[in-house]
Design a protein around this ligand. Structure first.
Ligand SMILES: [Zn+2]
Length: 622
C-alpha cells in the first residue's frame, strides 16, 4: 500500500510531467511582451511598378486608405540577393542577410555530405528550419553561438504565433499547412486556379483571427501573384486580379480586427519578398557546361566523380559549387576557377566559359573570406572587399584597371564618394545605390558568400533568360525589377508619411521594438528603418581603410588618433577568437552530422587573419 506522502509525491511528479508535456514548465512561463499584434502579408513576387500603378489608378482602395493615407510607405524598399522567397522570408523573421543565415538560395549543396538540399522539394521543404544559423551571433564576442534563439517565433516562445504558407517557421507555435501545401498546389497546377492559392490563405486567416487565442505574430505567404506572374507575365490581368483580391480581403480583415477589439494594437506590414521581371528564353546552363567538357553532377547519386554542381532552379540566378584540391571547400582565390579540370584531361577557364555563353550577364566569384569578383560579358571586371569592424560591414568597390565597370557605378556622379576604392559602410552603400540599375549590389553580391554555404560562383543571365524552365516572368537576379519591392507599414506607433530606403532585414528591429524584446544589436543585420541613416563615422572608415592596406600587404602608417579605436577592435577580435575556439571544442564533443563545425572553423580562420591585421595596425601606433 502507498502511504499518503508517497501518493502526494507521485501526484506532484505527475503534474510536473503533464505541465512539461503541455509546453509549460515552472521556470518557463512566457516572457512578458507588449500587448500588440503583428501580421505581415507577403505579396510574393509583386512587381513594384505594377503595384504602384494599380494604386495610382485607384484599384487598391483599402491599401490606399489604410497605408498610403494613414501609414508609412517606403518608396525605396529592397529585396536581398538572391531575390528568392527563402532568402527573404528568413530575413523578415531573423533580421539577417542571407549570407549570414545559412540559407543561400532555393537550393544548396551540402559540401560535407555531398548532397543537394532543395527548399522547394518535398524532402527539403522544411529543411530550411534546420539550416538556419546566425553568423552574426557566432561572430559577436558577447554571444558566440551558431543557433541562439533568433527567429521572432523563437523569441515570442510561449505566446501564440502563426506561419501561414511559409515553410520558414522555426519556433512558430502553429503553422499551416502542416507539411507540403498540397491543396494550394493542386488548385494552382491541376485546376489552374491561381487565385485560389491566396483564397485558401484568407479563409484560414479569418478562422484563426475569429478565435480567442489570436496569434501575436503572423507571417502570411501569399503566392498567387508570384504564380500568376511566372505564368502570364508581370503586367497580366491574372496577376493584377490577385492584388485586387488582396485589397478586398484586407478591408474585411480590418473589420475583423475591429470586431475582435484589437484594431488599434495591431501592426500590419504589406511587402513583396522579391520583385519580378518579364522573361521567356531558356538558359540551358548544365548542357553548356557539359559541352565544355566539365563533369557536372548527374542525377544518379551513385556517380560520384563529378567536379561541379549547379543549383539549377527555374529563376534568373543560380550558384555553382566546384571541387578543387580534392575537396569541396569554399574557394579561397577566384583564379582557381580559371583552370577547372575537364572530364578527359586538360583544364577549362570556367569564368570565361560562362561569360562566353550568350545568355550570361554577370558572373560573381567567391574570392577569399569576405571578397568577391564580378565579371560581365563585355570584359568588365571589379572586386568587392569587405571588412567587419565592430560588427558593421565596410566594403570597398574597385574596378580592375583597363576594364569596364560591370555594375555601371563608376562615373555616376551621385556615387563619386564611393569610387575611391576605400571601404564604406553597409548603410552608405544601401542608401547611395538603392536607385541604381543593380541596387545595393556591393553589399548584396558579397554578403552571400559569408557563411560558406553558398556556391563559389553565381551566374546571372540577361533579363530575357531564365534557368531550367521557360517562364513568362521570373526573379532571382540583382536587376532593379527583382530587387525593388513595395513596403507598407501601419500600426499604433508607426509614423504616417513617405520614407526612403529599407532592406528586408530592417523589419526585424521593428518587431523587436514593437513587442519589447531585447536581442543584442550585433546579432542581426537590420536597423530601424524609421531612424535617419547617420553619415558614416570618419574614424571607423579610416580604420577600415588601414585594415584594407594591411590585408593587401601594404605599409600601414597609423596616426595616434587611431590608437584607442584600433585597440578596442583588436581586443574584441582576440576575445572572439578565444571564445570561438572553445565553442569549436564544445561542438566536436557532439555527434557531427551537420556542417556547423565547418562554419565555426571557417570563422576561426577568418578571425585569426583579422586579429593579425589589427595587430599590425596597433603595432604601428605603439
Ligand atoms: Zn517569392
Amino acid at each position: 500500500m502507498l502511504d499518503v506522502a508517497s501518493m502526494k509525491r507521485i501526484l506532484f511528479f505527475l503534474s510536473c510531467f503533464l505541465l512539461l508535456a503541455s509546453g509549460f514548465s515552472f521556470a518557463g512561463a512566457p516572457a512578458p511582451i507588449n500587448d500588440v499584434y503583428v501580421v505581415h502579408f507577403v505579396l510574393d513576387g509583386m512587381n513594384r511598378g505594377v503595384f504602384d500603378k494599380l494604386l495610382d489608378e485607384g484599384k487598391l482602395p483599402a491599401i490606399k486608405e489604410h497605408f498610403v493615407d494613414h501609414g508609412a510607405v517606403f518608396e525605396d524598399a529592397l529585396s536581398n540577393f538572391p531575390s528568392t522567397s527563402p532568402t527573404i522570408y528568413q530575413s523578415y523573421v531573423t533580421g539577417l542577410l542571407p549570407g549570414n543565415s545559412g540559407i543561400p538560395h532555393l537550393e544548396r549543396f551540402d559540401r560535407k555530405n555531398k548532397k543537394t538540399i532543395g527548399y522547394l522539394s518535398t524532402s527539403g521543404y522544411l529543411k530550411i528550419n534546420d539550416d538556419l544559423i546566425n553568423l552574426k551571433a557566432l561572430e559577436n564576442p558577447d554571444t558566440v553561438k551558431l543557433q541562439p534563439p533568433t527567429t521572432i517565433y523563437e523569441l515570442l516562445g510561449g505566446h501564440p504565433t502563426f506561419a501561414l504558407y511559409s515553410s520558414f517557421r522555426r519556433g512558430a507555435s502553429d503553422f499551416f499547412p502542416k507539411r507540403v501545401p498540397m491543396h494550394a498546389l493542386w488548385s494552382a497546377y491541376v485546376t489552374e486556379n491561381g487565385l485560389k492559392i491566396d483564397y485558401l490563405a484568407y479563409e484560414k486567416l479569418f478562422g484563426i483571427f475569429g478565435e480567442k487565442d489570436i496569434p501575436r505574430y503572423t507571417l502570411v505567404g501569399l503566392y498567387s501573384v508570384d504564380f500568376l506572374e511566372h505564368e502570364f507575365g508581370i503586367k497580366s490581368v491574372e496577376a493584377k486580379n490577385a492584388v485586387t483580391q488582396f485589397d478586398i480581403f484586407l478591408r474585411e480583415f480590418l473589420e475583423l480586427l475591429k470586431k475582435q477589439g484589437i484594431a488599434d494594437k495591431t501592426y500590419l506590414i504589406v511587402s513583396a519578398d522579391h520583385g519580378m521581371h518579364d522573361t521567356g528564353k531558356l538558359f540551358k546552363l548544365e548542357k553548356s557546361l557539359l559541352n565544355a567538357g566539365i563533369f557536372v553532377k548527374p542525377g544518379n547519386p551513385k556517380i560520384k566523380d563529378y567536379t561541379l554542381y549547379a543549383a539549377d532552379r527555374g529563376i534568373s540566378s543560380t550558384h555553382i559549387y566546384i571541387k578543387h584540391d580534392g575537396g569541396w571547400e569554399p574557394v579561397e582565390d577566384a583564379d582557381i576557377l580559371r583552370s577547372h579540370p575537364k572530364k578527359g584531361g586538360g583544364t577549362v577557364d570556367l569564368i570565361q566559359t560562362l561569360l562566353d555563353l550568350e545568355p550570361t550577364m554577370l558572373v560573381i566569384a567567391r574570392d577569399g573570406g569576405r571578397a568577391a569578383r564580378i565579371f560581365d560579358a563585355h570584359g568588365g571586371q571589379s572586386r568587392i572587399e569587405c571588412y567587419n569592424l565592430n560588427s558593421i560591414d565596410w566594403c570597398s568597390y574597385h574596378v580592375t584597371p583597363n576594364h569596364g565597370d560591370p555594375l555601371h557605378y563608376y562615373g555616376r556622379k551621385n556615387l563619386a564618394h564611393l569610387q575611391d576604392g576605400e571601404p564604406h559602410s553597409t548603410f552608405e552603400w544601401k542608401k547611395a545605390t538603392v536607385n541604381e540599375e543593380y541596387p545595393d549590389a556591393v553589399i548584396q553580391l558579397s554578403q552571400i558568400f559569408h557563411d560558406g554555404r553558398a556556391g563559389d560562383l553565381f551566374v546571372i543571365p540577361k533579363s530575357e533568360w531564365g534557368f531550367r524552365k521557360a517562364k513568362a516572368a521570373t526573379h532571382g537576379s540583382i536587376i532593379f525589377d527583382d530587387m525593388r519591392v513595395p513596403m507598407l507599414i501601419s500600426g499604433p506607433t508607426v509614423p504616417a508619411g513617405k520614407f526612403g530606403v529599407i532592406r528586408s532585414c530592417d523589419i526585424y528591429p521593428l518587431l523587436l521594438k514593437w513587442f519589447g524584446i531585447n536581442v543584442p544589436k550585433n546579432n542581426y543585420d537590420g536597423v530601424d528603418p524609421f531612424e535617419k541613416i547617420e553619415p558614416e563615422s570618419k574614424e571607423w572608415q579610416q580604420l577600415a581603410t588601414l585594415e584594407q592596406t594591411a590585408a593587401r600587404g601594404g605599409k600601414v602608417r597609423a596616426s595616434g588618433r587611431m590608437a584607442a579605436l584600433a585597440r578596442e577592435e583588436l581586443n574584441r577580435r582576440q576575445i572572439l577568437l578565444k571564445k570561438l575556439k572553445a565553442y569549436e571544442m564544445e561542438l566536436i564533443r557532439q555527434p557531427l552530422k551537420n556542417d556547423h563545425v565547418d562554419i565555426v572553423r571557417r570563422a576561426i580562420e577568418l578571425t585569426e587573419e583579422r586579429v593579425k591585421r589589427m595587430q599590425e595596425i596597433t603595432n604601428r601606433i605603439l
